[in-house]
Write a protein that binds this ligand. Structure first.
Ligand code: HEM
Length: 548
């Protein structure tokens, strides 16, 4: 496993610079708020300590934030020179996701575009100048903006239509199921036991299959070390996103350069070889770009004159969104199944109904829509997302505003933390199953019904989230909610269903990152706290036998 490298010298230097900048900024800033100011999160070195801890030791920061939110539903702290209002509780989460004055666009302008999409100032300014909104119809007063300058609307259309709409997603998921089945058949000889670690399988084979499905095979053919470059980048993602400028701390940017250089190569080849007037122009999948989302994103940004690096940055963010989050979730699901043979056989029995056997050829295929509705699998998935996803949801206040009586000045950041909401004891806990423990049936309700054939009473499982959905936001919420969430669920369910259906599995042992035996099971790797799914910090060795 890669490690997040943190240079203490860079952190210290950054801290001093921040202190100076924050002091100057703070003393010249007027707070426009008129109501009572929420309590501050203790900051032993004003403007510096919280910022540095948030970036470099987010787990500890989260623990302090959790304690502070137990005393007050909102607390304030500084991220460098910007005030942050951190909210807790369902009422506040709902207000944040529903607010029109709290924007995700501001986060893209400050962080997403410069750090991930790697846009130039001029390119970011184009988005900043566009006030016409994200909808198809421009906001009142902006009807004059030419369609090609409606950057937010185009971004929204490309990402959300091609990643979220059922008719675009279904063929991608079916393609993924086809490739995944083929890959496991090729890798594992029928009837033979093979010993392999979950980490090796998920971060190599499954990631390769996921990337080939979304981006087509060329990206890996042109770059044999693409997976290494991606996981190396992933290990630096949080410090890149929340961290410091390149001159202060260059390693995350170098990791990003290495990753994006490879995507640029793929973009160049695709633009050269794909026939933009040919029969594949509307295809849901073709071998140059893979899916439509990748092709449309490339075409939009290229036609609009964005530099190649920004095109690569947009695609790289998609690779990151796809794998950095789904791969740890699959790993956790496989680990839980291998830890608990009873759970494994219950899931196996449930999944069997989602396979269809062709009476003529005997071919067994997965009904990807049916599998997505299975109650136990949904409960298992929800429980993993609840416990293993740690997202900092961030919005910018576009104007001075009030959230449930709390004044928030213009330009302030508003934060909500998925992990705090999703592990709250009062919300999720039950006497036998505290909120911080994994319980695969937490989101199951048993319904009694009469068997139509035998007339006997039987219990049927139904999926029912254990608490208010307002306290569950692994995919964020409101307009910018993750566009890949349906794809993620389908992709993960497909992998798990095919594996439990085709394989016998046996737990062998836990291992440390260096391969030596571990004396404890995996826990969440908190180095990824605040940035997405938390991967397991230990690996599991499993014996696999393909039975069909
Ligand atoms: C378990 C899996 C996943 C989790 C937990 C997750 C979570 C999130 C979250 C929390 C956000 C920000 C939403 C907000 O601020 O309200 C986000 C954005 C995003 N996600 Fe996901 N995601 C997952 C899978 C995926 C997949 C599979 C893809 C693509 C195939 C994807 C693509 C994206 C993109 C492109 C954005 C940024 C959207 C924008 O710029 O407007 N995600 N995701």
């Amino acid at each position: 496993m890669e490690h997040k490298a943190v240079s203490s010298g860079a952190a210290l230097l950054s801290a001093l610079v921040f202190a100076l900048v924050a002091f100057v900024h703070f003393t010249s800033r007027r707070n426009t708020a008129s109501g009572p100011t929420p309590p501050s999160l203790h900051d032993p070195i004003p403007f510096v300590f919280n910022t540095v801890q948030f970036v470099f030791n987010n787990e500890k920061f989260m623990k302090r934030a959790t304690k502070a939110l137990e005393r007050s539903p909102v607390v304030r702290f500084w991220m460098g020179t910007t005030p942050v209002y951190l909210f807790g509780g369902p009422k506040h989460y709902q207000a944040i996701f529903a607010s029109r004055d709290l924007t995700y666009n501001g986060i893209m302008l400050q962080i997403g575009f410069p750090k991930l999409w790697r846009m130039t100032r001029e390119e970011i300014q184009r988005f900043a100048n566009d006030k016409s909104g994200h909808k198809e119809t421009p906001l009142p007063g902006t009807e004059h903006v030419p369609p090609q300058q409606r950057y937010w609307a185009t971004k929204y259309h490309v990402l959300y239509d091609f990643l979220s709409r059922k008719h675009h997603i279904k063929p991608i998921v079916d393609e993924f199921a086809r490739q995944f089945s083929r890959d496991v058949v090729e890798k594992f000889p029928l009837g033979q036991w093979t010993t392999l670690s979950i980490d090796e399988l998920t971060r190599r084979d499954f990631t390769r299959c996921a990337i080939t499905t979304l981006f087509g095979p060329k990206i890996l053919e042109l770059n044999p070390d693409f997976l290494d470059a991606f996981w190396y980048f992933d290990s630096y993602a949080s410090v890149l996103v929340y961290g410091f400028p390149r001159w202060m701390y260059p390693q995350p940017f170098r990791a990003s350069d290495r990753f994006l250089d490879r995507i640029e190569k793929y973009v160049e080849a695709g633009l050269k070889d794909f026939d933009w007037n040919g029969p594949d122009v509307d295809a849901q999948w073709e071998p140059h770009f893979g899916t439509r989302i990748t092709r449309e994103l490339t075409k939009w940004l290229t036609d609009a004159g964005f530099q190649r690096k920004s095109v690569a940055g947009a695609l790289g963010t998609l690779v990151f969104g796809q794998n950095s989050n789904t791969i740890p979730v699959v790993s956790w699901m496989l680990m839980e199944l291998n830890k608990d043979p009873q759970l494994l056989s219950a899931v196996r029995a449930e999944v069997a109904d989602a396979f269809v056997t062709d009476p003529l050829t005997g071919a067994r295929t997965l009904d990807t829509q049916k599998v997505a509705a299975l109650p136990l699998l949904q409960s298992l998935f929800t429980e993993i997302l609840r416990l293993r996803v740690s997202m900092v949801i961030m919005r910018v206040a576009d104007r001075p505003m009030t959230i449930n009586g709390v004044d928030v000045p213009r330009g302030a950041l508003v934060h909500a933390y998925s992990r705090i909401a999703q592990t709250d004891e009062a919300t999720w806990g039950s006497p036998e199953h505290p909120a911080d423990q994994f319980w695969p049936e937490r989101h199951i309700k048993y319904v009694e019904e009469r068997d139509p054939e035998t007339g006997t009473l039987r219990k049927r499982r139904e999926f029912a989230m254990a608490a208010s959905p307002a306290c569950f936001f692994p995919f964020g919420g409101g307009v910018p909610m993750c566009p890949g969430r349906h794809f993620a669920k389908n992709e993960i369910f497909t992998m798990v269903a095919i594996l439990v259906d085709r394989f016998e599995m046996e737990f062998v042992r836990w291992t440390n990152p260096d391969g030596s035996p571990s004396d404890r099971p995996a826990e969440s790797d908190q180095r990824f706290s605040g940035i997405g799914s938390l991967p397991p910090d230990r690996d599991m060795i499993v014996r696999w036998k393909r039975i069909r």
